[in-house]
Write a protein that binds this ligand. Structure first.
Ligand code: PFF
Length: 477
């Protein structure tokens, strides 16, 4: 059984793959743009509080469930308690929805990295007269988005088909350190630009005014971002936990994952925010296009060195994106393999990868074809959800399909799934069960009181507020 499912080859391999899953577009694309639109420091503050009081406990909870059962989410919840099998399904729906936009974004990033690479050698592959017009042009050229999404899906498929240790682990062992080096290189370059300091002030200068204006809005946005960024509430860490050796210290691993992920998000902010102040007059409200349209303008304004910096930057975003998308694919693969094993069939890993890659492409279609909300009026193939559903008065549907998928997953399903899991651990299965699993092979569980409060009270109640905030925001109430 263990051989069928595969497992990580080493402790470091597990950690790098888990950190690789957590560190992704959420950190480098989502975190800076949400921080830019939600008041800088105020957002950072709420984010940090949530990561400590909710993220850490949910991370421990998920790794615990995975390691205790040795199974993927559906089978794991069923084994823990038949009554909670549906929670396993909930955990599987989220990756499904996230898949629908993550691979499209990954495709865009791949396109950027490739074009900056060729530009270093003097070969212009942007295909537009003015480089800074590229993003607007590209998102409406449906076939381009689809082709690059397909390329990104194919790269994922090839690595994941190779297996957990041979594919995912090997990739992350090289990719994660490379990402860190590239991140630091770009940070240093941006730091010495005139005007960059205002970006740090925006991020780290005490200012809680935005919280007084719209506390629930900032809270919901930061919470959704936190779950997404830590890959929580969607079975990923349960799946990775199921590959974890009994000797491993679950709490220590959880702290490392949460700290690394948060650090990379802040470091990414320390590129994007100062860059916006140094090159774009402090315009940090570029929304989802911040990483693409705004940053491309930044690299353009850098002059000659812009191509190299652009390549380093999108290269690191590419590594971050693919190590996360692989984990997303892996949840579905391991669930399929587990189901087949249960039915006494051969695991069929490679075939499962192929089938899932095709399904991902199909789910991605609306996101790849609506020009990120520009719609048919702008010459794109598809209209945004508001037009398709004929409900233009619903605030959330006025955005694009990407935002719609994002709201369902990180806005509702992830907080909901995590809140119920925390409730079940705190009140039904009880913390002792977690402590017992964590203390196997001589490890010590610390902070029982802290984790008890996190599981029993803070996560379930806090997340109900978050879901309320997301829904009222979506419907413009
Ligand atoms: N945590 C990843 C990021 O920050 O980009 C995204 C992600 C990967 C979310 C895997 C969810 C997931 F299951």
């Amino acid at each position: 059984m263990e051989n069928n499912r595969g497992s990580f080859g080493s402790k470091l391999g597990f950690l790098l793959a888990a950190v690789g899953s957590a560190v992704g577009l959420g950190n480098i694309w989502g975190f800076p743009y949400k921080m830019g639109s939600n008041g800088g420091f105020a957002f950072l503050l709420v984010y940090l509080v949530l990561a400590i009081f909710v993220g850490l406990a949910v991370m421990v909870g998920e790794l615990f469930i995975g390691r205790k059962t040795g199974l993927s989410p559906l089978a794991a919840y069923k084994k823990l308690s038949k009554k909670f099998t549906w929670l396993g399904w909930l955990a599987l729906i989220s990756p499904f929805v996230v898949l629908g936009f993550y691979f499209v974004l990954g495709g865009i990033v791949t396109r950027y990295a490739v074009s900056y690479l060729t530009a270093i050698f003097g070969w212009n592959t942007w295909g537009v007269p003015q480089v800074t017009d590229f993003f607007g042009h590209f998102i409406c050229a449906g076939s381009g988005m689809l082709v690059w999404t397909a390329i990104f899906v194919a790269i994922n498929g090839i690595v994941v088909a190779a297996g957990v240790a041979e594919g995912i682990e090997k990739f992350c062992k090289i990719g994660m350190p490379a990402l860190f080096v590239m991140l630091v290189a770009v940070i240093i370059y941006v730091a010495v630009q005139p005007g960059a300091f205002d970006g740090y002030k925006f991020m780290f200068g005490w200012n809680i005014e935005p919280l007084k204006e719209d506390f629930l809005g900032v809270l919901s946005s930061a919470a959704g971002q936190m779950f997404f960024s830590l890959s929580l509430g969607m079975g990923i860490m349960i799946t990775y936990g199921s590959y974890l050796d009994k000797k491993e210290n679950i709490q220590q691993n959880s702290v490392i994952i949460v700290v690394c992920d948060t650090l990379v998000a802040i470091l990414a902010g320390m590129i994007v925010m100062p860059a916006c102040f140094a090159f774009l007059d402090g315009n940090v409200r570029g929304g989802p296009g911040l990483l693409f349209a705004s940053m491309q303008e930044v690299f353009f304004k850098m002059g000659g060195i812009g191509n190299l910096m652009g390549f380093l930057f999108y290269g690191l975003v590419f590594i971050a994106a693919i190590s996360s998308s692989m984990s997303l694919l892996e949840v579905l693969i391991s669930a399929t393999v587990d189901m087949r094993t249960e039915k006494k069939k051969a695991p069929g890993r490679k075939k499962a990868v192929l089938v899932w890659c095709i399904i991902i492409l199909i789910i991605s279609l609306p996101v790849a074809l609506d020009g990120l909300g520009s719609g048919t009026a702008a010459g794109c193939v598809l209209d945004p959800p508001a037009v398709v559903f004929g409900s233009a008065n619903v605030a959330g549907w006025n955005d694009c399909w990407l935002d719609f998928y994002d709201l369902i997953s990180e806005g509702i399903l992830m907080p909901l799934g995590s809140a119920i899991m925390a409730f079940a651990i705190g009140w039904i299965w009880k913390l002792d069960m977690v402590v017992k699993e964590c203390e196997l092979e001589g490890n010590k569980f610390w902070g029982k009181g802290f984790f008890n409060i996190c599981f029993k009270v803070i996560t379930p109640i806090g997340m109900l507020f978050v879901i309320y905030g997301q829904i009222t925001g979506f419907f413009g109430l």
